[in-house]
Write a protein that binds this ligand. Structure first.
Ligand code: 23J
Ligand code: MN
Length: 253
């Protein structure tokens, strides 16, 4: 008889009863990167410089130096990323218990396909909660929009700045009322493409990070998750003073 939950989980993984879904986009020189309008500065994407490659500088090994912005590809936003969270946690200070938790998945892929400026509303969230229960305490809200299918191409992914995301009221609710620790999206930012013109600008960043919560950006494969019942594992670098970090994200379902 086996009543150890870790052994049960290992058996379920081996037996196929629990499946692992990789929610991470591949990170390469071709990974699409956020483009803010002028006068704001933009982040570099990923570039690599050779150290050695089985040659005079290292006959039996290959290695490279990476240059990459903290907010590139599938990545984590820490509270100190935003001015409202400047006295909060950096990436290295985030307790690991807050990086593993239940996920609720709201599917707005049809709405986003019909309208790339689609905004998730408080009414949408309330309707989800009426059907599936409250957003999970200590967990994550993941917003499915179908945008992961565009991530192979910078222009398709950025879509001229027209991308879906939460509206101001939804952002405030997710930060201040919902018991979640974070919000994850498939798009280039947790905020909608038009959010630079919202009041306040970038309300998800403003409210969520100001409340000490977290963001996850550029996720993949949310279509493979149920509306509730998945567990996600978020693994950013333990980057001291980091405002964010490229991350590996897995779901157990
Ligand atoms: C800086 C300013 C605006 C935005 C962002 C960064 C991000 O989306 C991010 O990666 O945190 S919208
Ligand atoms: Mn970010």
């Amino acid at each position: 008889m086996d009543t150890d939950p870790i052994s049960d989980l290992a058996a379920a993984l081996a037996g196929g009863g629990v499946r692992i879904v990789d929610l991470t986009q591949p990170l390469s020189e071709g990974t699409p990167v956020l483009q803010l309008p002028p006068p704001f500065a933009n982040t570099p994407g990923l570039t690599r410089e050779l150290i050695s490659e089985y040659d005079d500088k290292g006959p039996a090994w290959a290695w490279y130096t990476l240059t990459v912005g903290e907010h590139v590809g599938t990545h984590f936003d820490a509270p100190i990323h935003w001015i409202t969270g400047r006295d909060g946690e950096d990436v290295a200070s985030v307790p690991p218990e807050r990086l593993i938790g239940p996920a609720a998945v709201i599917d707005k892929s049809a709405e986003s396909a019909a309208d790339p400026d689609y905004l998730l509303t408080l009414a949408d969230i309330k309707a989800f909660e009426a059907e599936h229960g409250a957003l999970p305490a200590g967990g994550w809200l993941l917003l499915r929009t179908g945008w992961d299918a565009r991530a192979h191409d910078q222009d398709e992914f950025l879509n001229g700045g027209r991308t879906p995301g939460p509206d101001v009221e939804a952002a405030r609710y997710l930060a201040e009322e919902a018991q979640i620790v974070g919000v994850g999206v498939e798009t280039v930012g947790t905020d909608a493409g038009a959010a630079h013109s919202f009041d306040p600008p970038f309300p998800v960043h403003n409210f969520l990070l100001g409340a000490g919560k977290y963001g996850l950006t550029q996720l993949a494969n949310l279509a493979q998750l149920p509306p509730t019942g998945a567990l996600i594992v978020v693994a950013p670098l333990k980057l001291v003073r980091g405002t964010g970090s490229p991350s590996r994200v897995f779901a157990l379902t």
